[in-house]
Ligand binder design. Structure first.
Ligand SMILES: [Zn+2]
Length: 250
């Protein structure tokens, strides 16, 4: 007879593989971002055997329809059906691979503590991986657009028009990662960078998904935008991780 508690602990969800690590001889622990259950860590038994029924469906960046059993510490993957074979086309190209690695690492950090935005973060990440695998746009632009939107979804929406601190109508000339984007001359802390106006237009386009503007940008402005996105990401992710540590201690 089937164990009813076993059946009750079984669930099905779509998920993207964020990260894997080896467990014992043939197993792996898979860190997943699921569509409806947030971030999940699960064991895939026998996945490293060549005869594994999972094949390559549980590699990083893969999207799959999974059957899982919830456990006390780790869930167990019992079935995996591939949904998007993004992993293979991304892994075949170094620049795409490095971009996808930053995206999944960011998604892992942003969804570690925040359960509420899980579905939105899932949709955003899967969309970005699909776009990356199809080479819809230059990989570095897909990355920066993803990072800005993932941070906005996590509650740290940057402002590239009105002043991020006082709301004064823009455009403004100074950028501050701690204050949340472009800032007016009254709010500007000393030493704030003043990016080129075309860089600010590019940042706004990446945040809103205005790809006609983003694809038409010049490389000098892409580089400057990438530096500002990186500083914004670093500032807000560090704060997110600090707040997480605080929660765990108390
Ligand atoms: Zn201001």
């Amino acid at each position: 007879m089937a164990n009813p508690s076993f059946a009750a602990r079984s669930y099905r969800d779509d998920a993207v593989v964020l990260r894997t690590h080896k467990l014992g001889e043939a197993d792996r622990i898979i860190t997943l971002l699921t569509k409806h259950h947030g971030q999940v860590r699960a064991v895939a038994k026998g996945v490293r055997r060549t005869s594994s029924r999972f094949g390559a469906r549980l590699e990083p960046f893969m999207v799959a329809d999974l059957q899982l059993i919830s456990g006390r510490n780790l869930d167990i993957v019992t079935q995996a059906v591939a949904k998007g074979a993004y992993g293979s086309s991304i892994a075949a190209d170094y620049s795409r691979y490095t971009v996808a690695a930053v995206m999944t690492e960011t998604a892992e950090k942003l969804t570690d503590a925040d359960v509420d935005s899980g579905t939105a973060q899932y949709n955003l990440l899967v969309g970005a991986l699909a776009s990356l695998s199809r080479s819809d746009h230059p990989p570095e632009l897909i990355l920066d657009s993803y990072l800005l939107r993932a941070l906005a979804t996590g509650g740290w929406a940057p402002s590239f028009t009105n002043c991020a601190r006082c709301g004064a109508a823009g455009p403004h000339t100074a950028f501050s990662a701690p204050l949340g984007g472009m800032i007016c001359s009254n709010c500007r802390p000393p030493g704030s960078p003043a990016p080129a106006p075309a860089t600010v237009i590019l940042l706004a386009a990446l945040l809103t998904g205005d790809w006609a503007t983003a694809d038409g940008s010049e490389s000098v402005h892409r580089r400057e935008a990438a530096g500002l996105v990186a500083s914004y990401l670093q500032w807000h992710l560090e704060r997110a991780l600090k707040s997480l540590k605080h929660v765990e201690r108390s």
